[in-house]
Design a protein around this ligand. Structure first.
Ligand code: NAD
Length: 329
């Protein structure tokens, strides 16, 4: 099998090479993202392997199909960047890694909360410069705070269990309730109630037409004053321009995001010597109460091992014509 791997970083290559001995696949690693301009690089390949910001739209898929590609293997859980209808029409199967390490993402959401709250990032820099003052470093106890969790699938459920350990009260909204969480004392309520009552809101639902901009001017207005919003799911769950307004008028007290609406032009790259053209992210970076990480929530050794193994197993099932357990329909 020949596999074109797009959006490759050194660590992706390292992990694929580590596990390939068992499979013997031939990889072409490309740093560039897959899109209509780069799809020609898939010539002679059976499979393309893509990540969160590759643009797998109808135009890209048509080029892949004309090159003989038969499988799109996502090395991530979300598939909002793939036109599934176009793939089906082109007779190209799409597989993903539905679960690799929910702990990785849930624990990162917690890291964002604790950093924003206890300001360890500011304390670290201060102390290194000989500034031992505590001014403006005051935080709040998580114990007894109300946490609103939107989406209680694998990551959201793991997040709920972690926050239970901090003595938080957890309110959740999902289109389907999770009985295990109810037994643990998580209360499922309508979305409006969760948004209204929570001190901290954490987003763990997928991006689709129902969830796009779930955090917007109206929903922000319904939240508690000084609310903390955490997004480790997908950038477009938040209307960024409206969140900026919420930060400016102090309705939003803290914003922690690992994902960003226009992240495909920024994240995963070292742009420290470039002039950043995205004014929205620069505005976000100007707030003292905003913390941004560049889609690193998944990035643990355990998750990388699982992502690589499951991706290779998905490709093997396709090659052997056995059941494609992780097919996306
Ligand atoms: P999952 O499929 O296990 O859970 C998603 C949950 O969202 C389900 O319970 C589903 O019922 C619920 N949901 C669907 N539509 C909803 C709606 N309209 N309102 C409320 N809830 C709704 O997925 P998961 O593994 O828990 O992953 C969640 C999301 O996390 C993924 O979609 C992906 O976008 C994101 N993610 C981010 C990273 C990262 O590195 N930042 C890594 C992995 C996944």
């Amino acid at each position: 099998m020949k596999i074109a791997v797009f959006s490759t970083k050194s660590y992706d290559q390292e992990y694929f090479e580590k596990y390939n001995e068992k499979y013997g696949y031939i990889f072409s690693f490309y740093e560039t993202a897959l899109n209509a301009d780069t799809a020609r690089l898939s010539a002679d390949c059976d499979v393309v392997c893509v990540f969160v910001n590759d643009v797998v739209n109808e135009e890209t898929i048509q080029i892949l199909a004309s090159n003989g590609v038969k499988l799109i293997a996502l090395r991530c859980a979300g598939y909002n960047n793939v036109d599934l209808e176009a793939a089906e029409k082109a007779d190209i199967k799409v597989v993903r890694v539905p679960a690799y390490s929910p702990e990785a993402v849930a624990e990162h959401a917690l890291a964002l909360i604790l950093t924003l709250n206890r300001k360890t990032h500011k304390a670290y820099n201060r102390v290194r410069e000989g500034n031992f003052s505590l001014k403006n470093l005051i935080g709040f106890n998580l114990n007894n705070k109300v946490i609103g969790v939107i989406g209680t699938g694998k990551i959201g459920a793991t997040f709920c269990k972690i926050l239970k350990g901090f003595g938080c009260k957890i309110l959740a909204f999902d289109i389907s309730k999770n009985d295990e969480l109810i037994e643990l004392g998580v209360e499922f309520l309508p979305l409006e109630e969760v948004l209204k009552q929570a001190d901290i809101i954490s987003l763990h639902c997928p991006l689709n037409k129902h969830t796009k901009h779930i955090v917007n001017e109206n929903s922000i207005a319904s939240m508690k004053d000084g609310v903390m919003i955490i997004n480790t799911s997908r950038g477009a769950l938040i209307n960024t321009a409206e969140a900026i307004e919420g930060l400016k008028n102090r309705k939003i007290g803290y914003l922690g995001i690992d994902v960003y609406e226009q992240e495909e032009n920024l994240f995963f790259e070292d742009l420290s010597e470039h002039i950043i053209q995205d004014d929205m992210i620069l505005r976000l970076l100007s707030f003292p109460n905003v913390l941004i990480t560049s889609h690193q929530a998944y990035f643990t050794k355990e998750a990388m091992n699982q992502i690589t193994i499951i991706t290779l197993e998905n490709i093997k099932s396709f090659e052997n014509n056995t059941e494609l357990k992780n097919v996306v329909r």
